[in-house]
Design a protein around this ligand. Structure first.
Ligand code: B12
Length: 213
């Protein structure tokens, strides 16, 4: 069944994806397994095809729509795993000028499933919006995504805006996305960086425990 879902994404079969995610859930497969081996497995294979120039951006868009429809079916089941008091509050978004959100949405899902309350500001989020939501929600963590070399520098604007608003010492900042790395996170004054979902949970857990000290 997981292989079928992977194939559905690779062939942009939206209805089949939804049906097969339901079937997999009915068969008792773990939601986390359906996410990692089925939906994400398919998406990663599509990105590989794109990187090898075997398909173009329109096909990637079709695959991302298919992935999203599968996620819509799966997400409530992932969330049901964790109902306890949240481990912390996170504000997440893709920075200004950037509309890539697949990676950000995956990180949001991982953090939600691991027990955090996550407020998603969406894409093309200004520094002002990050600051105002962080204040309003009493956030512990601000998480930013950027997929382009042209937009990654807007992350630094958010760090500066958090400083100017006086709440920099109340929040930890984690960043991620294609062109970013640990060095860059340090250079712009963020507190952490992660390459993917599991690592993001580890880094955020560590930042939370540093804050409690
Ligand atoms: C899919 C895609 C699109 C889709 C986006 C759909 C969507 N809803 O997101 C569409 C077709 C809309 C698109 C548009 C554009 N794109 Co585009 N796109 C891609 C592509 C092929 C894949 C990105 C992706 O979704 N990967 C899959 C996800 C799951 O991985 P990810 O995003 O990397 O996320 C993981 C990690 O990075 C990390 N992570 C991500 N965010 C965060 C946040 C935190 C806090 C943490 C801890 C971790 C983390 O964890 C994630 C999960 O593992 C990349 C090429 C590539 N190979 O990456 C180009 C790419 C990013 N796009 C690019 C470009 C140029 C564009 C356009 C300008 C194209 C155009 N000419 O119009 C527009 C951008 C418009 C804008 N203003 O943003 C360039 C950027 C080049 C650069 N300057 O750096 C790339 C690199 C392609 C290329 N080689 O030229 N794109």
């Amino acid at each position: 069944m997981l292989e079928k879902i992977r194939e559905d994404i690779l062939n942009y079969r939206r209805e089949e994806t939804k049906k097969n995610v339901c079937k997999a859930l009915n068969e008792g497969l773990l939601p986390s397994e359906i996410l990692e081996k089925g939906l994400l497995g398919g998406l990663k294979a599509v990105i590989e095809e794109y990187n090898k120039d075997e398909i173009g951006l329109p096909e990637v868009v079709l695959a991302t729509w298919t992935f999203r429809e599968g996620m819509e079916v799966l997400e409530p089941f992932l969330k049901n795993l964790e109902k306890a008091k949240p481990k912390g509050i996170i504000v997440i978004g893709t920075v200004e000028g950037d509309i890539h959100d697949l990676g950000k949405n995956i990180i949001k899902t991982f953090l939600t499933v691991s027990g955090y309350e996550v407020y998603d500001l969406g894409v093309d989020v200004s520094a002002k919006e990050f600051v105002s939501k962080a204040k309003e929600s009493n956030a512990n963590i601000v998480a930013m995504s950027a997929l382009m070399t042209t937009t990654m520098f807007n992350m630094e604007k958010v760090v500066e805006a958090l400083k100017e608003s006086g709440i920099r010492d109340k929040v930890k900042i984690i960043i991620g996305g294609g062109p970013t790395n640990l060095d860059f996170s340090k250079r712009i004054g963020a507190d952490g960086y992660a390459r993917e979902g599991k690592e993001a949970i580890e880094v955020v857990d560590k930042l939370m425990s540093e804050m409690r000290r």
